[in-house]
Design a protein. Structure first.
Length: 232
């Protein structure tokens, strides 16, 4: 599988520390061996099964890795299929729109969801993703905090102290959500001169962070974290 080749080169651990914000990419510290072991396990599940049902396709799919922690009832979804790193951290069963929209777009393109072992027809993104969370692999609670110390439940001020001021802030009043967005472009990225971006010529490829905060009476708390590193 192509995923096994990619896993040989990927360690989801971020870059080394630097005094410059432009060098400080954040990530989660999950080793490539964890992914490799899961790929082998999923392959065995598929090969040993007699009936190749849609549920089996979802359970054995490794195009997107899902991890759960029972202590904090949280989910990490990790996409490394393109050699880049895309990470979603959210509360179990509270599927983020960014993740749902990813699959809505895929279905709109070919009217099916493609998995590692085959295509699934007539399934909604929500049902597919809820199944993925059900079959998620268990991961220790220590992995649910990023390398820089960002986690769900933190306030916007706490995360701004780590990431710096966001490039954009959007309001989703219907759900009482405030979304903070960081856009950082490296020297090899196609750079939009939009004022809501940061250009860093001392890094090769840039990244985006998105954190959704739920507002309460006297504070807010992070309920969704998205990290995307562009292709190396």
């Amino acid at each position: 599988m192509i995923i096994k080749i990619l896993l040989a080169f990927i360690l989801i651990a971020g870059n080394g520390k630097s005094s410059s914000r432009c060098h400080e990419k954040d990530s989660v510290t999950i080793s490539s061996k964890i992914f490799s072991d899961i790929v082998d396990k999923k392959e065995k599940i598929y090969n040993d099964a007699k009936d190749k049902t849609d549920d089996l396709l979802i359970k054995s799919d490794d195009s997107l890795f899902f991890f759960k922690n029972i202590e904090n009832d949280q989910i990490i979804a990790v996409d490394i299929t393109a050699g880049a790193q895309t990470i979603y951290i959210f509360h179990n069963k509270l599927l983020p729109n960014i993740l749902l929209n990813r699959y809505n777009e895929l279905i709109a393109e070919n009217n099916r969801i493609s998995t590692t072992e085959g295509d699934i027809l007539n399934i909604t993104p929500k049902r597919y993703l809820l199944k993925k969370t059900t079959y998620a692999d268990t991961l220790d609670i220590k992995y649910f905090r990023t390398r820089k110390g960002v986690s769900l439940g933190m306030t916007s001020n706490e995360i701004k102290n780590i990431y710096g001021p966001p490039n954009e802030i959007k309001e989703e009043k219907a759900h009482n959500i405030r979304r903070y967005i960081w856009h950082v472009y490296g020297k090899y990225d196609e750079f939009s001169k939009n004022k809501n971006t940061t250009k860093c010529d001392n890094i090769d490829e840039g990244y985006d962070y998105i954190v959704d905060f739920k507002k309460h009476d006297d504070r807010d708390e992070a309920v969704f974290i998205f990290i995307e590193h562009r292709m190396p």
